[in-house]
Design a protein around this ligand. Structure first.
Ligand code: NDP
Length: 311
């Protein structure tokens, strides 16, 4: 056992949540490594963040980097590899987690794990979506808006992502339709007001996509469920996110019906030593500030676990 390096804590995920967990773990003097497959995390695909208390306005990429730098300066190590699997095992009678990391599937061991893997975008599931992916169908307005200068685009979705995407797109395109399947949007009122006030944006309620159609090379129109067609050059899908909770499932953590990891207020799962934080969990509100706070709780829990079970 003495030959094997065992980290006090491994944080999986290098977004705002993972960096916060890494920062606090390091400040608790834990030997911690953060696996950041996507450095900075999902926030780096956001244009401007204006709702993090204490920071009036910051770009998403800057915010992701600032959080990582803070964690590193506190003593957390960062590795830019993917964790492909995790299992509970025993070394000298003590529970330890074994992770496989990177393409070489290197074995890495830790007494505790903090899962902060976040979410991935949902697919519409409409005919034509796969065929025209990257040929007009996209999932990131911030990344792709500039490719649609003076074009007509549609955003599908009625939440904050859709509203924010519509505003970003309106800075580049001629016209943005927002397709909302219900009779109202569920975005924050401030975001709804912004798009309602934008002359380039038109919201179509009770409207759903039946098929994305094109000429084989690029999207040309949408066939709607009411039988009408809408001529568009681009389709931005913003219909929510699916939790990346596969690793939690592997280790036996309980998930809810949406696949989110069930945690206590202190970021504990049902598996001792295994914690989860941020958007991957069943926390009701998916926000950077919530993820950051849960990351902190997770590191405190990891510290207490190590004091009670390892040291
Ligand atoms: P949400 O889950 O909030 O909203 C998804 C929207 O897409 C809903 O309007 C939903 O419709 C619609 N939808 C889902 N499936 C389909 C479908 N198959 N066809 C058509 N429409 C569909 O997702 P968001 O990504 O908008 O937001 C997720 C979380 O992230 C929220 O908590 C949000 O507040 C947060 N967020 C915060 C931001 C910020 O603070 N800067 C930025 C972006 C998101 P219905 O209402 O009918 O279910």
């Amino acid at each position: 056992m003495s030959d094997i390096k065992i980290y006090d804590a491994i944080v999986i995920g290098g977004g705002v949540t993972g960096s916060s967990a890494g920062m606090y773990a390091a400040r608790f003097n834990l030997d911690v490594v953060v696996y950041a497959e996507q450095p900075g995390g999902l926030i780096t695909t956001t244009n401007l963040v204006e709702n993090y208390p204490g920071i009036k306005s910051i770009t998403g990429p800057d915010m992701g980097m600032v959080f990582m730098e803070h964690a590193m300066e506190s003593g957390a190590k960062f590795e830019y590899d993917r964790v492909s699997s995790i299992e509970k095992t025993e070394l000298n009678g003590k529970q330890v987690f074994k992770l496989l990391v990177g393409t070489a599937e290197k074995e890495v061991f830790a007494w505790t794990v903090v899962l902060a893997t976040g979410t991935k975008h949902k697919y519409l599931g409409a005919p034509g979506e796969k065929e025209y992916s990257a040929k007009g169908v996209t999932y990131c307005a911030l990344c792709d808006a500039a490719f649609f200068k003076e074009k007509i685009v549609v955003v599908v979705g009625g939440g904050d992502s859709a509203a924010i995407d519509a505003n970003i797109l309106a800075q580049h395109v001629k016209k943005v339709y927002v397709l909302v399947r219900k009779g109202e949007m569920r975005a924050e009122p401030v975001n709804i007001k912004r798009i309602q006030a934008n002359p380039k944006v038109e919201i179509l309620y009770n409207t759903e996509v039946a098929e994305i159609q094109g000429d084989g090379e690029k999207v040309t129109q949408l066939l709607l469920k009411d039988g009408k067609t809408l001529a568009v050059d681009g389709v931005f899908v913003a219909i929510g996110w699916t939790p990346m909770s596969e690793l939690a499932k592997q280790v036996g953590a309980d998930l809810d019906e949406r696949g989110e990891v069930i945690i206590t207020r202190e970021a504990e799962t049902n598996v001792p030593g295994f914690y989860a934080a941020g958007d991957v969990t069943n926390a009701k509100f998916k926000q950077a500030i919530i993820g950051a706070a849960e990351g902190v709780y997770a590191s405190v829990a990891a510290y207490n676990y190590i004091q009670g079970n390892v040291r």
